[in-house]
Design a protein around this ligand. Structure first.
Ligand code: HEM
Length: 229
C-alpha cells in the first residue's frame, strides 16, 4: 500500500508541469523561429524604407547608424542569455544564443560593408587611412575583426573540431567585442557631446559583464563550468 502510494506520488511529481524551466523541443523550436522573425525585422524595415525612399536626407548615415545600433542590440541580447538562464533556470534559452550571436554578425557585416563600399568607395588606401586616423573606426574595425572567428566557429562541427574548452576560450572574445563596441559608439558620440543613448548601452554591458565577474569571484569552481558567452 505504502509502495503504491509512493509510486503514485512519484508519477504525480513527474506529470507536474515544470513551468518554463523545461520546454518540449517543439515549443523551443517555435520560440526560436519567433525570435528569428523578430531579429530579422530591423533588416526587413530597412528594405522597406529603402524601397519607399524613406532614408531621409542622408541615407548612408541612416543605414549605417541603424545597422550599427542593431549589431549592438544583438550583442547585448546574446550576452543576456547566460545570466538570464542562470537566474531563471530556463535552460532552453541556450538554444537561442548562437542565433542571436549570428544576427549580431549579420548586422555588423551590413554596417561594415556600407563603410567599405559606400563610405570608402572600395578604396583600400582610403580605408587604411580611416582605420589609422580615426580612433572610433580603429575600435569598430577591431571589434568586427574579432567577430569573424566567432562566426566562423559557430557551427556544431567547429565546436567538435576545436574541443569544448578551446571553443569556450575563443568565444570569450565576445566580452572584448562588447567593450570595443561601446568604446566605438562612445567615441563616435564624443564629438557631439551626446552621451545619452550610449550611456544606456554602456550600463547594460557593464551589468551583463559585471554579473559574470561577480559570479566567478563568488564561486570560482562552479563558474568555470558555465558556458562561455
Ligand atoms: C561590433 C562592431 C560594431 C558595432 C557594434 C558598431 C556600432 C555602431 C553604433 C551603435 C554606431 C552609432 C549609431 C548612432 O549614431 O546611432 C556606429 C556608427 C558608426 N560605425 Fe560602427 N559598429 C561596429 C563596427 C564598425 C566598423 C567595423 C566600422 C567601419 C570600419 C564602423 C563604422 C561606423 C561609422 C562610420 C559610424 C558613423 C555613422 C554616422 O554617424 O554616419 N563600425 N557603429
Amino acid at each position: 500500500m505504502a509502495t503504491s502510494s509512493s509510486s503514485a506520488a512519484a508519477a504525480a511529481t513527474v506529470r507536474k508541469p515544470a513551468g518554463l524551466a523545461t520546454l518540449p523541443p517543439q515549443r523551443v523550436r517555435v520560440l526560436k523561429f519567433a525570435l528569428w522573425l523578430l531579429a530579422l525585422l530591423p533588416f526587413v524595415r530597412l528594405l522597406y524604407l529603402g524601397a519607399t525612399e524613406q532614408f531621409g536626407a542622408n541615407p548612408l548615415e541612416f543605414v549605417t547608424r541603424s545597422t550599427g545600433t542593431w549589431t549592438l542590440v544583438m550583442l547585448c541580447l546574446t550576452l543576456t542569455i547566460t545570466p538570464l538562464r542562470r537566474l531563471t533556470g530556463w535552460n532552453w534559452l541556450i538554444k537561442m544564443r548562437r542565433m542571436l550571436g549570428l544576427f549580431a554578425f549579420f548586422y555588423a557585416v551590413q554596417h561594415f560593408l556600407l563603410w567599405i563600399g559606400v563610405d570608402r568607395g572600395f578604396d583600400l588606401a582610403y580605408m587604411i587611412k580611416d582605420v589609422y586616423k580615426r580612433p572610433f573606426i580603429t575600435v569598430g574595425f577591431t571589434a568586427f575583426m574579432l567577430m569573424v572567428p566567432l562566426a566562423l566557429t559557430s557551427t556544431n562541427g567547429m565546436v567538435r573540431r576545436l574541443g569544448g574548452k578551446r571553443w569556450q576560450a575563443l568565444h570569450r572574445l565576445v566580452y572584448a567585442i562588447a567593450v570595443l563596441a561601446i568604446l566605438h559608439y562612445w567615441w563616435h558620440k564624443a564629438g557631439k557631446n551626446d552621451f545619452g543613448e550610449v550611456s544606456i548601452y554602456a550600463a547594460v554591458v557593464f551589468v551583463l559583464l559585471g554579473m559574470r565577474v561577480w559570479w566567478r569571484l563568488r564561486k570560482p569552481a562552479a563558474a568555470t563550468r558555465q558556458p562561455a558567452a
